[in-house]
Design a binder for this molecule. Sequence first.
Ligand code: ACO
Ligand code: OAA
Length: 456
Amino acid sequence: MMEITQHDAEFGQLVESCMKSRAFDVELYTKHDVKRGLRDSNGNGVVTGLTEISDVVGSKIVDGKKVPTDGNLYYQGYNVSELIQGSRDSFYGFEEVTYLLLFGSLPTKSQLKSFIGILADLSELSGDFICDVIMKAPSANIMNSMMKSILNLYSYDGNPDDISVSNVLRQSLQMIAKTPLIAAYSYQAYGHFRLDQNMIIRNPRKDYSTAQNLLYMLRSDGIFTDLEAKVLDVALILHAEHGGGNNSTFTTHVVTSSGTDTYSAIVAGIASLKGPRHGGANLKVQKMFQNIKENVSDWTNVDEVRAYLTRILDKDAFDKSGLVYGMGHAVYTDSDPRAVILKRYAKSLSEEKGLQKEFALYELVEQTAGAIIAQKRHLVKPVCANVDFYSGFVYTMLGIPEELFTPIFAIARTSGWCAHRLEELVNKGKIIRPAYKYVGTHCDYVEMDERTGEEQ
Ligand SMILES: CC(=O)SCCNC(=O)CCNC(=O)[C@H](O)C(C)(C)COP(=O)(O)OP(=O)(O)OC[C@H]1O[C@@H](n2cnc3c(N)ncnc32)[C@H](O)[C@@H]1OP(=O)(O)O
Ligand SMILES: O=C([O-])CC(=O)C(=O)O
C-alpha cells in the first residue's frame, strides 16, 4: 500500500493549505450568535427534542437562578440509585433497567423472566459469523471491531432496512443480546492473533445474566465471584442511559431521523462514544493515571499532584490535549451520581485487593483537579468527577483488560440508544437538520490556465 507521511514535502503543503483555508476568526461565532456545541450563551444545551426515557439533573433553581447541586439521574422517572438498591439481590439489574428503558415501566416478576428468556435466546452468534467476521482483521481497538461486526450483522438480517417499530424492536433486542458476545469474542481474537494469548470462545450460559456472561466469556477459567458479577451489573446499569443530548445518543437521533437502518444507527452511536471526550475517556483516565504514577514521586503530596495536573492542563504533560480526563460534565456540577456510586465500589474493592494507595491517588486527583480546571478555564460552575473517572479502576480490579473499558460502556448504552431510536421513530421525528452560517465569499470561476494557487 502506498503510504503518505507527514514528513513528505508535498503533503506538508497540503496540510498547511488545509489549516489556512479552514480557520476563521473566533469573533464570528459571537457576531452570528452561533450556538457552538449546540449550547446557548449560558452554556446550556439547546433544546432539540423531548424525551421520557431519562432525566439528567445537574442544577436547581433557587430564587429564579440556576445554582449547582448534587447530580441525579432518573430512568423513566426512577432514580438510578434506587433502581440499583432495588436490584441488590439479583445479577439481572441491567436487564431490568433495559426493560424499563424500552417499555417505560418496571417489569413484573413474570415480565422480567420472559424478557430475560428472550435475550438469552438471542444471545448467540453463528460459527460462520464468528469465523468470517470477528476473527478477521482483529484490532487492538475493540470499539472498531464492534462497529465492523455490527455492520456485518446487516447482511445476516433478512429484513434489515424495515424501520417499522416492530422490526426495529426485534433488531434492538438482537443488538442488546449480541453486543456482549461481539465485544468478548473480538477481544479473544485480538488477544490470540496480536498478543499470542490462548483464545477461548465460550457460548454464553442461558442461566447467566449479561454481567455474569461477560465475566464467563472473558476469563480463561470462566470463574468469577458473586461480588464481581454484582459490581459489573451495577456498572452496566449506570452506563445504560443518559438523556437525548449526550453525544452518542444525539448521534443516534440524528442518523435515525434520516431513516437509516438499526445497524448503521448503533454503529454511529459507538463511533461517537469511542471519542476520548465522551465514553473513550474511561480508557484515557487509565492511561493518565499510569502517566501520573510514573511522573509524581510522592502520590500523597498534594502540591506535587497539583503541579502535575497543572502541567497536563497546560498541554505540557500526558497526551498534550490539555484535558484532565474523567473530570467535568456538560450538565452535572457538584457531582455526577454515577461517579459517586462507582467511587464507593472502587473504595471497597481497593481495600479487598490491597490497592488503597491507588485509590487514595484517584481521590486526591478528584479532590484537586476540579478547582484547577475551573481556575485555568475561567469556569464559574464547579467541575466534578464524571462516570468515566472511577470506572476503569473498578474494571481493572475485576480483571477486565483496558481494551474493554469503552466497549463495556457501549454494551450498556446500546439499551439507551435503542430506546431513543424507538422514541424517535414512534414520534415520527422530523429529519434533524441544523444550519451552518456561510462566512466565506462568493468568487468568479477561474480557468485552469489562469490559476496562480493564491486564490484561497
Ligand atoms: C460519558 C461521558 O461522556 S462523561 C465525559 C467524559 N469526558 C471526559 O472526561 C473528558 C474531560 N472532560 C471534558 O472534556 C469536558 O468536561 C466535557 C467534554 C465532558 C464537557 O465539556 P463542556 O460541556 O464543554 O463542559 P464545560 O462547559 O463545563 O467546559 C467549559 C470549558 O472547560 C473545559 N474543560 C471542561 N472539563 C475539562 C477537563 N476535564 N480538562 C480540561 N478542560 C476542561 C472545556 O474544554 C471547555 O473549554 P472550551 O470552552 O474551550 O471548549
Ligand atoms: O451526558 C453527557 O454529555 C455525557 C455522559 O455523561 C453520558 O453520555 O453518559
